[in-house]
Design a binder for this molecule. Structure first.
Ligand code: ADP
Ligand code: MG
Length: 253
């Protein structure tokens, strides 16, 4: 059974159709990339899945729950199990690595406990464990504004993991990183999917990275899913269809 089932998801920004009846599944432990040129609708897709914004039509089934049937409160509860990784990390830079990672637990707390930073011993231990998993133990008490880009993204991943997620949505997680740091991040994400049995849906700009890491690739063009298959099936012709002939150089490297 699928962990995530996206059916005919459609989103307009005023008259602009940004997502056009997108349908696909993600299974537990599966690493699925979404590729497509800028403006194809990749970010809109992720935002409509976790309802940061609401789609105009279609449905999202996540682990037996129809997300679009949920009220605000229930959605907030369900979102605990959906981690999110951003291109620009979305950390609180004046806080430490540990404090930022603990923020992953905020969805489980009352506002007051969150504001006062009342975390349980178990939550602190979990945060320390995930910080270690992401090789950040040496930086645990460092302020996040002192970290490199790659380290910042690893904090973002550790923060997502303490949520106890079943699904992680990544919006261009390596777009701001140098190739070496990007590889470290992709290796972590791949391992998280396979070893922790978490589904990962990851927007990526680079086709070569998608080919290397994905169990399955979804190709988007002008809001539509135009490809959904294993990397081996992604031929040059499809790549040119997704990116347009003028962007053929995107497949180099
Ligand atoms: P991608 O992430 O693949 O670059 P986006 O999902 O950001 O694509 O954008 C899809 C389309 O929707 C683009 O044409 C973009 O200009 C438009 N769009 C995105 N966000 C907004 C917004 N908040 N308001 C209006 N149009 C938007
Ligand atoms: Mg985007």
């Amino acid at each position: 059974m699928a962990l995530l089932e996206v059916n005919n998801l459609t989103k307009y920004y005023k008259e602009k159709l940004a997502l056009n009846a997108a349908s696909f599944n993600v299974r537990k432990g599966e690493f699925v990339s979404v590729i497509g040129r800028s403006g194809a609708g990749k970010s809109t897709l992720l935002r409509c899945i976790n309802r940061m914004i609401d789609a105009n039509d279609g449905s999202v089934q996540f682990a037996d729950t129809d997300l679009y049937s949920l009220g605000k409160r229930a959605m907030r509860k369900t979102r605990r199990h959906v981690g999110m990784i951003f291109q620009h990390y979305n950390l609180v830079y004046r806080l430490t690595v540990l404090e930022n990672v603990l923020h992953g637990r905020l969805g489980y707390k009352s506002d007051l406990d969150g504001i006062l930073g009342r975390y349980t011993q178990q939550e602190k231990e979990l945060a320390v464990e995930m910080i270690d998993k992401l090789d950040l133990t040496e930086q645990i008490y460092n302020r996040c504004d002192t970290l490199s880009g790659g380290q910042k993204q690893r904090v973002g991943i550790a923060r997502a993991l303490v949520q106890d997620p079943q699904l992680i949505l990544c919006d261009e997680p390596i777009a701001s990183l140098d190739p070496r740091s990007a590889k470290v991040i992709m290796d972590h994400l791949k391992k998280i999917a396979s070893k922790m049995n978490i589904g990962i849906l990851c927007n990526l700009h680079q086709v070569d990275v998608a080919l290397k890491y994905s169990d399955r690739i979804i190709g988007m063009k002008q809001g539509e899913v135009v490809f959904d298959d294993v990397p081996e099936k992604l031929g040059k012709k499809t790549i040119h269809e997704i990116y347009g002939t003028t962007d053929g150089d995107l497949i180099d490297e």
